[in-house]
Design a protein around this ligand. Structure first.
Ligand code: ADP
Length: 154
């Protein structure tokens, strides 16, 4: 049978326990998950450096041979096609996420008919975790360790 490959795209600036939860639950549905950081070195202003974050995500899933970590700077639908992924995995926390995800899912489907977006509703204990809040706390030297599935050195 054909492998069911899902792409989990995002900025992951940083990757949080909310993201980890979506990936682990996604493993119940897919044979392989490609976690992909959308990143354009000319345009992206990241807070956490791309290589640092890729390393941390790899470390988080080091015991999962069916999880890969990549970065990309092209259309998400095109990157999915190049990776043989027929599913886009995304998480939904609230209606704001829904409004946003709804429109990108339509666009992606138009770009690549075989691409099915699959949404997992956040687990309640992670619903309020957002990368932007973590960046803000970290910027002012607050402790963010409880929101991350790995440790940051600084
Ligand atoms: P993007 O910049 O594409 O929105 P993010 O890194 O912010 O990327 O998020 C990637 C995906 O993870 C999105 O589908 C987002 O809704 C989802 N997500 C973010 N935080 C959580 C969370 N705490 N619980 C569940 N899903 C989440």
């Amino acid at each position: 049978m054909k492998k069911r490959i899902a792409l989990f795209p995002g900025s992951f600036d940083p990757f949080t326990k909310g993201h980890e939860d979506i990936v682990l639950r996604g493993l119940q549905l897919f044979d392989e998950i490609v976690i992909a950081i959308g990143y354009n070195s000319q345009k992206s202003q990241r807070y956490f450096e791309i290589n640092l974050m890729m390393g941390k995500i790899r470390e988080t899933f080091k015991n999962y041979p069916n999880i890969r970590v990549e970065h990309f700077s092209l259309l998400t639908a095109e990157f999915a096609r190049q990776n043989g992924a027929e599913f886009l995995l995304r998480g939904l926390r609230n209606t704001t996420d829904f409004e946003y995800e709804n429109s990108i899912a339509q666009v992606n489907r138009n770009l690549y008919q075989e691409l099915e977006s699959v949404f997992l509703i956040t687990s309640p204990q992670f619903a309020w975790i957002s990368s932007s809040i973590i960046r803000e706390v970290h910027r002012y030297k607050g402790d963010v360790s409880e929101f991350l599935p790995y440790t940051l050195d600084q």
